[in-house]
Write a protein that binds this ligand. Structure first.
Ligand code: 0O2
Length: 216
């Protein structure tokens, strides 16, 4: 095979691989939307504030493979990277996180490969989020291909902190000065407190609503 045909082959392989990941994202987005609508219909409550999804950029894929000491190949990317397709579910309250994770895990065609529970076990820097790596089937002409997606579930407050921390950490190439690290941890504690307060406020409001409807 000439170098040129080899390059064309690789481009084809890259395009069809990324097509799988983007199809998997479409499929999971629809699934989660349906679950959310069902929840609204049953309980008149919408646990999901919003959903974002993204495909990892080629630069980011290369960077991660190199960082992990692996050769940059499509085979390595498919086998070793879990977050080429990523979806983030932002929910209202802490109490929404595990039910949403359970709803997803109990879908017959989804297989949970692994979970990182940074809600129960936050990172030392204060990062909180629930991560699941799952596979979802994509149906192609060649048959069913189980495709990996990383799902991150967190509250609006956790997401606010994580987005800003990500930007700050990026500025310092992942190593912010100690005082900034400490301030970020303080902010994470405040975010935690806010989540707790919003949760109890919501509980109190729900209780009031129940009492009022019993009196009517
Ligand atoms: P980006 O730019 O968001 O894609 P694994 O994927 O399991 O092989 P990894 O990467 O350690 O190994 O997995 P983990 O811990 O589940 O983290 C995956 C993603 O979670 C990260 O992707 C971030 O999006 C987010 N994350 C993890 N730790 C932190 C943190 O301390 N702060 C913030 N803001 N986000 C975090 P990437 O590829 O690092 O980045």
């Amino acid at each position: 095979m000439t170098r040129e045909t080899e390059s064309f082959d690789q481009i084809d392989q890259w395009t069809s691989t990324m097509f799988l990941y983007s199809s998997a994202l479409k499929s999971i987005n629809t699934k989660i939307e349906i679950l959310n609508n069902e929840f609204v219909q049953l309980y008149h409550y919408n646990p999901i504030e919003h959903i974002t999804s993204r495909l990892k950029t080629p630069e980011s894929i290369v960077k991660k493979l190199r960082h992990d000491g692996r050769e940059v190949t499509i085979e390595n990317m498919v086998e070793h990277l879990n977050d080429i397709a990523g979806i983030r579910i932002i929910c209202s309250f802490m109490s929404d996180i595990y039910p949403i994770a359970d709803m997803i895990a109990s879908q017959g065609d989804i297989t949970v490969l692994h979970v990182k529970d940074y809600i129960r076990y936050p990172k030392a820097n204060g990062y909180k989020s629930y991560h699941m790596v799952v596979t979802i089937p994509v149906y192609t002409r060649d048959g069913k291909i189980d495709t990996k997606i990383e799902i991150q579930i967190r509250t609006i407050a956790m997401d606010f902190w994580a987005s800003l921390e990500h930007k700050i950490a990026y500025k310092f190439e992942g190593n912010p000065p100690e005082n900034i690290e400490k301030e970020l941890k303080n902010c994470a504690d405040i975010v935690d407190m806010l989540d707790e307060k919003m949760f109890s406020l919501n509980q109190a409001i729900m209780k009031l609503g129940e009492e009022n409807s019993r009196e009517e």
